[in-house]
Unconditional design. Structure first.
Lengths: 235, 308
């Protein structure tokens, strides 16, 4: 394993507050300071509602913080326009969601293709890339199936393929095994570990307990919007 | 006072005009007095001209050719036609369609004095009334909407003819406003109606698109999460809207064309014998309107979707 010295992402007093009309505002993320290094496999663990998903969305430029900063490769994302954030997500980040979030009207093959639709690629190149990814996941026989026709595990595999389609350096997975049985969850977890170890992709996973977070090299424990402790695996 | 003047002087008669009908072989020529109202309202008028121009007082060799006859004989404005031992020059092509009964319809129309000369020089000429002015009297009644008054006029015309020793019969009468004028008003208003329909459909499509955007919020969110920028989303929604407009326009165009083709086959016509015709310009215009409608209906929803 390479020495993890340069933070790919750093958060500084990162805070996200959701205002409510007749109730007190919700502080989802409260002054979080973390560093995520290139090539790292990081798990963020905590109970439901502790702010894991919000933290992941902020790191992945899907949302803007109320205060604080997200520094991505020494660039403050707060200075980015919406378009720049979208381009960052396109080029640098792959998302995997708990509920897969595949486009229901598209086949497995097309769901991967759509991630490449905005790239400067020919149609044949796009199709070849999608085919390669599906073959690596042993899902070519399901290529023409709609998401509804796939099992939970198969859908998540397609979602992983979609996230990897543009070869991002960072994968953010929000409860990736939350909707499946432990055996299938184990397969998904193994896939993410393989991405990290063989392809040097930085992987950040959130979990409330369904993901075998011991597979991660570092675990951050989160409670009430704050990072309360950390565990580091021994190399 | 000749018979035409006698009829013109009757109460309830707005105007009376002499009209000569001469038939030889399978051709009919109508001699018209172009200065009379009754000619315009019951035989042929300048408003019936579809090509060229109406007759003028100096057109001693000029003739108006009926549109159907022109098509059959493959003649056009400017051509000469030899008929009734006379060479005429076609100055205009007309489509009267004023009558529900073709009482005054002819294949061609010339000045009445020209037709009178033709008839007089023809050894087999038809009957001419009285002083030989005419064999048909065109009558424009004053109150055409009132059946009893028109019947009274009819009766008085027949009595007037009897009084001068002529026997006549009334054949066909039409409304005072030539049907073609009514149709042209309808045709003009059809564009206004079409515009209203297009605007209504566009607004409905706009509302529908907004509804679709709301339903697709999650889908748009997923696309943005995987790297679609606002312009990508906007382009997607706009292209879908334009395609919908185009396909809708194409289907409507084909359906309209088929209906226009079927209507005459099933005898669906107006009281004046008119049926639908399809102009290529209208077809293209309809398709362009559908495309524009798709753009208009899609552009604001597309912008809204991009901002989600």
């Amino acid at each position: 394993m390479e020495a993890l010295t340069d933070p790919l992402i750093e958060t500084r007093e990162l805070t996200k507050i959701y205002p409510r009309k007749r109730e007190a505002p919700v502080v989802a993320v409260n002054g979080v300071n973390i560093r995520i290094f290139s090539g790292e496999f990081l798990a963020i663990v905590g109970r439901s509602g502790c702010g894991k998903t919000t933290l992941l969305n902020l790191i992945g430029a899907l949302d803007r913080p109320t205060s604080g900063a997200v520094i991505f490769k020494n660039k403050n994302l707060g200075a980015f326009s919406q378009r720049d954030l979208a381009l960052l997500r396109r080029q640098k980040v792959g998302f995997i969601f708990q509920t897969f979030n595949l486009l229901p009207a598209l086949t497995a093959f097309e769901n991967i293709e759509v991630a490449l639709a905005t790239m400067q690629m020919s149609r044949d190149e796009r199709r070849q890339k999608a085919k390669t990814l599906l073959e690596s996941l042993e899902l070519m026989d399901k290529a023409e199936h709609l998401p509804l026709e796939l099992s939970a595990g198969q859908q998540q595999k397609v979602a992983i393929a979609r996230a990897m389609a543009r070869d991002p350096p960072l994968i953010l997975a929000d409860e990736p095994t939350g909707e499946m049985d432990p055996v299938t969850g184990g397969e998904i977890a193994s896939m993410l570990v393989e991405l990290n170890q063989k392809h040097n992709v930085t992987v950040v996973v959130t979990s409330h307990g369904t993901f075998p977070y011991k597979l991660a090299k570092r675990v951050l424990f989160m409670k009430d919007g704050k990072i309360v402790s950390q565990e580091q695996a021994e190399y | 006072m000749n018979v035409v003047e006698a009829v013109r002087a009757l109460p309830g008669v707005d105007d009376a005009a002499p009209y000569l009908m001469f038939i030889r072989g399978n051709l009919t020529i109508g001699g018209i007095d172009i200065s009379r109202l009754a000619t315009n309202t019951t035989a042929v008028s300048p408003e019936n001209v579809v090509e060229g121009r109406y007759l003028k007082a100096a057109d001693l060799d000029g003739v108006l050719l009926d549109e159907v006859s022109a098509g059959l004989m493959k003649l056009d404005v400017g051509n000469n036609i030899n008929a009734f031992n006379h060479t005429f020059k076609i100055v205009g092509i007309v489509n009267p369609k004023v009558f529900s009964q073709p009482a005054g319809m002819a294949d061609m129309y010339a000045l009445i004095e020209v037709v009178r000369d033709i008839m007089k020089s023809d050894s087999g000429s038809t009957y001419l009334m009285g002083s030989g002015d005419t064999n048909v009297i065109l009558v424009e009644a004053a109150h055409v909407g009132e059946v009893e008054e028109v019947d009274a006029v009819k009766q008085s015309v027949l009595e007037a003819l009897e009084a001068v020793g002529e026997k006549g019969s009334l054949a066909g009468y039409g409304c005072s406003t030539p049907a073609r004028v009514v149709v042209s008003i309808t045709e003009e208003n059809a564009w206004v109606v079409s515009l209203i329909v297009v605007m209504s459909v566009t607004l409905f499509s706009l509302k529908s698109q907004f509804g679709v955007i709301v339903e697709r919020t999650k889908e748009i969110g997923i696309l943005k999460a995987i790297g679609w920028v606002d312009s990508d989303v906007m382009k997607q929604i706009l292209v879908e809207s334009v395609l919908q407009g185009f396909v809708g326009g194409l289907v409507g165009m084909c359906l309209g064309y088929i209906l226009a083709f079927l209507f005459p086959l099933f005898g669906i016509m107006s009281a004046e014998g008119l049926t639908l015709a399809v102009s290529p310009l209208v077809i293209i215009g309809g398709l362009v309107a559908a495309l524009l409608g798709g753009i208009v209906a899609g552009i604001f929803p597309a912008w809204q979707a991009a901002k989600l």
